[in-house]
Every structure is written in C-alpha cells, then in structure tokens.
Design a protein. Structure first.
Length: 271
C-alpha cells in the first residue's frame, strides 16, 4: 500500500497579479465602478410606434415617403374620409375600422389585413391579402398568394397598376416578384348560397379615378404615374374571359437582365 499527499501550491506573485487584474477588468480603472456591457441591439436607433401609425384621422391627406418605413410594421386605424399613401415597403400592415378612405400601400413583405372597413378604395402589393367583416372595398391588387376574404361583401378587385421610381427596388426589398400576381383568384371563406361576395372591377377601370394622386406638397415629390403602360407590375386579365383560344406563352430568360428582358417582351407583345 501506499499513500499520496498533495499540497496546494501558492500562486506565484505574477499569477496573483493577473487574477487581480481579471477581477478588476469589469470595473472602471479611475472610479472602480462596474462597467455596463454594451450590445449591438443597444446601439440601434429607437423606434417610435407613432411614426408607423395613422390613427383617428378625419378628412386628412397623410403618407410616408420612400425610405421612411423601411420594412417596419405599420398600423392604420379609425380613419374616415382620408387619403393615405405609404410610398415604401413594410413588413405587415393592418387596417382597422376605416371608412370612405383612399389608400395606397407599397410592397408588403408579409400580410395586409383589412378588418371592419367599408367604402374604401385601395392599391395594394403584398405577399398575403386578407379581409374580415368588410363591406364595399375596391382594390387594385398585386398578391403573391391566393387573396382571402371572410365575412365580407361587395368586394371588387382589379390588377395592380402603379409606378414611381423607387417602386421596383421596394418590390425587391419586400421579396415580391412583379410577375407573380394572383389578384383575381379570390377565396371566400364564408360564401353565401346564391350570392357572390366579390367580383372584378371593369377592365377599363383607371386607378386615378379610385385612388387619386396625392395633393399635399410633401407627397407630390414622389413622381407617381397611374398610367397602365408604365405600371411596374404587368397588367393581366385574371379570370376574365379570354380574347383568343391561346392559353399561354412560356418564355425562359437567363443572365443578369431577366426582369428587364421580360418587361421588354411584354411591352412588345402588348403593343
């Protein structure tokens, strides 16, 4: 048998000094006060919800210029007889309890949800479109997925038609394709036998007759055009009766200018 003894070694003088330095690393050298750590999220600009909300407005023209929303969420609620323009891309938008408003919403990365709204005219580009308990909405729509209405009546839809110089980049920032538009493929969650809660706007409908160009001096700076031939989203007929027996034309593009080449082809065919 044997036994083993150990003795705790005393730290060297230099090691003791190192431990003392480590212990004091979190303190201010001059005052001895504990330093508060800073993180990257602490350095971000603080967001004021008021900058991303329109609430309780009546008979006003309001909006946000390009770059002022920058992908944040936005809320519009309790507005009446207002003209509202969001000339930027956003994450999601909810519109609640609005009456007789004319609304433009730039590209929305996620969903737009209209609730308890009536007699509104809108231009909307989004990933998902939903309404609930709405009445008489007329919407020029670009939607990447099937639009959904629920407990809503008197809904009318047309193809998105709009242009301003920053709009193409905003579509890209929102992750939306100008060629993926299911605007007329509406799903009604609450159909009524013998009735139709939705329909299509006249093919001759002009956006400016529904949502006029902004009249305030600030918003006039956005060079808007509602000319259908300039629309960033190609105009499609949706579920309207076709003019010919041709069903489709499929073209594949490759390279760095696919969007530009596709738009050029569409313009040539349209002319």
């Amino acid at each position: 048998m044997g036994c083993f003894f150990s003795r705790r070694r005393k730290p060297a003088q230099g090691g003791q000094l190192q431990l003392q330095q480590q212990a004091g690393a979190g303190q201010d050298g001059a005052t001895g006060e504990q330093k508060v750590p800073q993180y990257s999220w602490d350095l971000r600009a603080k967001i004021d919800p008021k900058d991303y909300t329109f609430s309780g407005l009546k008979n006003e023209t309001v909006g946000r210029l390009p770059g002022k929303v920058a992908g944040q969420q936005f809320v519009i609620q309790d507005c009446e007889n207002c003209k509202i323009y969001i000339f930027d891309h956003s994450a999601t938008i909810t519109i609640d309890d609005c009456v007789n408003c004319q609304i433009f919403l730039g590209p929305i990365k996620g969903s737009v949800f209209f609730r308890d709204c009536k007699d509104c005219k809108c231009v909307v580009a989004c990933q998902q479109f939903r309404t609930r308990d709405c009445r008489k909405l007329e919407v020029f729509l670009c939607c990447a997925t099937q639009p959904i209405i629920e407990s809503s009546t008197g809904m009318k839809f047309g193809c998105f038609q709009y242009y301003y110089p920053e709009l193409a980049l905003q579509f890209k920032d929102a992750g939306l394709s100008i060629f993926n538009n299911t605007w007329s493929n509406i799903h009604d969650f609450t159909p009524v036998s013998g009735e139709n809660n939705w329909g299509l706007l006249p093919e001759t409908a002009v956006v400016q007759d529904y949502v006029p160009l902004p009249s305030s001096e600030e918003l006039k700076a956005v060079r808007v055009s509602t000319d259908a031939t300039k629309s960033i989203v190609p105009i499609t007929r949706g579920q309207r009766q076709k003019n010919s027996d041709e069903s489709c034309l499929t073209v594949f593009f490759a390279g760095d200018y696919t969007t530009a080449n596709a738009r050029k082809l569409i313009d040539e065919v349209s002319n």
